[in-house]
Design a binder for this molecule. Sequence first.
Ligand SMILES: C[S@@+](CC[C@H](N)C(=O)[O-])C[C@H]1O[C@@H](n2cnc3c(N)ncnc32)[C@H](O)[C@@H]1O
Length: 204
Amino acid sequence: MKFLKFRRYLDFGSRHSSFNERNQLIASGIGKERSWILDVGSNIGQTSNFLASNGHFVVGVEKFEKEHKIACARSVPGTAFMRTSVTPEFIHSTVNWDAILLLSVLHRIYSFEGEEFMRSVLKACGEKANQLFIEGSTRQARYMSGGHPAPKFTDFDTQDAGRWHQELFQSELGHNWQVSDVRVLAHSKSEPHRLFFHARKTTG
Ligand SMILES: C[S@@+](CC[C@H](N)C(=O)[O-])C[C@H]1O[C@@H](n2cnc3c(N)ncnc32)[C@H](O)[C@@H]1O
């Protein structure tokens, strides 16, 4: 039997060299008006807590118990943390959100559940939010630890990975969405760059 190795990312924030910059990009993209935000794959809750400290209400959803427990212990007013594995059905069953965060989580969902499942989660998020903040990986191995085939972009090529992400958004979010900001963020030794996208719904 093939041995599948899923890496765990307890305290993901400390491994990401642009973590604070990314938080600032999200805060300025959302704006000052109090918003309701769903943070998919909230890990130990750092970005949820940061946005709540900026006056927003944030629900963080995390698959794993250890990460979820730490998030609960560190939660600040304005946050709520839930432990569940996000599925398209879960997203469809929620209320509508001003913004959904999919930060460094679509490739995790791809690696656990496959590309089609990840696409369905993204599509469902597009139906339930006015804005999406997405961080995508440029390293194929991040998508493949569950034994799924590589995504169709050139490994570590930020431009080609950007094209793949833009095609993904077009096919799953459709014409009512526009990507208003794209950034290449410094990330780590093993993956020098990540891609950050801010997408907005253009019509109701
Ligand atoms: C690489 S970390 C990123 C954490 C955080 N979103 C960030 O960017 O700072 C991915 C997190 O998503 C969680 N995760 C993966 N698949 C998930 C799912 N289907 N539902 C909820 N959480 C998930 C993982 O357990 C992990 O804590």
